[in-house]
Design a protein around this ligand. Structure first.
Ligand SMILES: Nc1ncnc2c1ncn2[C@@H]1O[C@H](COP(=O)(O)OP(=O)(O)O)[C@@H](O)[C@H]1O
Ligand SMILES: [Mg+2]
Length: 295
């Protein structure tokens, strides 16, 4: 993260221009992402929202180059990653890291949390085992887990704790951009709120840049000041999160808002309020469920 301090605050760190991603080729090609453009300033956060199948994960995979874009550019700090070959890409891959949705499938079950977090450091050439272990300890602490977590294996952790390990592992590569693809969607709402708090704090402390993918507008509001609405691979509208969710210009955004949200989640202005609202909504749900069972 050393490179960040030298950058002008607010200057675009990531610029995606006219991104097109097709699955298959020739007449069977399916265009999952169709001419998408956005930019994220260093230290900023942009959310991509849209219903299932709208192309959100495809954008994420193109950014971290799990997929090669069909056309368009993904410019990170002046370098277009979209067109680079694998060899030129390799030393740059660590700069954009992804946190996946599934906290159960994405961690190697045979490794301790320490080894999971230390592995990306080894891959990047950190030869000293003690340096790797020391850094793994710092990262585990940074995501709010106790030092005793280091010796445990994934099955010994809850979903929220596993997601914290996934975040620590992503941080171990010393990235500038984190792509969070539904990173909290599989979690209970109150646990989700805790992980969102950790992510918000991490960004404040380190100046990391986020691309947050979510179908949950409460999550988006809690963690991103900018939002882009995606439909069938195309941008419907984008802009300031508060502005766009309070006064959506497009009918599609209004529909998303109606289908996604408890009005209580929309009333908070600060991330913290929204996080609280999510937890409160879940508590109310649980209480209602308990009453239903009791009566
Ligand atoms: N490997 C693939 N091959 C063919 N089509 C795919 C593949 N992955 C995703 N798609 C299609 O691309 C579209 C966008 O998918 P995806 O990016 O996963 O959407 P989202 O993450 O918004 O749910 C969907 O119609 C999906 O069926
Ligand atoms: Mg997806």
């Amino acid at each position: 993260m050393s490179t960040q301090s030298q950058r002008t605050p607010g200057a675009p760190l990531l610029e995606v221009r006219n991104l097109v991603v097709e699955y298959g080729s020739g007449e069977h090609a399916y265009r999952a992402v169709d001419d998408v453009s956005f930019s994220i300033p260093a230290g900023g956060s942009l959310a991509v929202v849209g219903e299932s199948g709208s192309g959100k994960s495809t954008i994420a995979k193109a950014l971290v180059r799990l997929l090669k874009p069909t056309s368009g550019s993904v410019v990170l700090d002046g370098t277009d990653l979209a067109t680079l070959g694998e060899r030129q890409l390799r030393p740059l891959r660590h700069r954009i890291q992804m946190v996946f949705q599934d906290p159960y499938g994405s961690l190697d079950p045979h490794l301790s949390a320490r080894d999971i977090v230390a592995e990306p450091m080894r891959a990047r050439g950190e030869r000293s085992g003690s340096a790797r272990r020391k850094r793994a300890g710092e990262l585990i602490d940074q995501v709010g887990l106790p030092a005793s977590a280091l010796d445990r294996k994934p099955h010994e952790f809850s979903g929220g704790q596993r997601q914290r390990i996934g975040i620590a592992r992503a941080l171990a590569s010393d990235p500038e951009v984190l792509v969070l693809d539904e990173a909290t969607s599989a979690l209970d709402v109150s646990v989700q709120a805790q992980v969102l708090e950790i992510l918000a704090e991490l960004r404040r402390e380190t100046g990391l840049t986020y691309l947050v993918i979510s179908h949950n507008l409460g999550v988006v509001r809690a963690i991103s000041e900018q939002v882009l609405v995606l439909r069938r691979g195309q941008v419907v509208e984008q802009g300031d999160t508060e502005e766009l969710l309070t006064r959506p210009r497009e009918e599609y955004t209004r529909q998303l808002r109606r289908s996604a949200l408890d009005p209580a989640l929309m009333s908070g202005r600060k991330p913290r309020d929204v996080v609280r609202a999510i937890a409160a909504a879940r508590a109310a749900e649980n209480q209602a469920a308990a009453q239903a069972v009791a009566s």
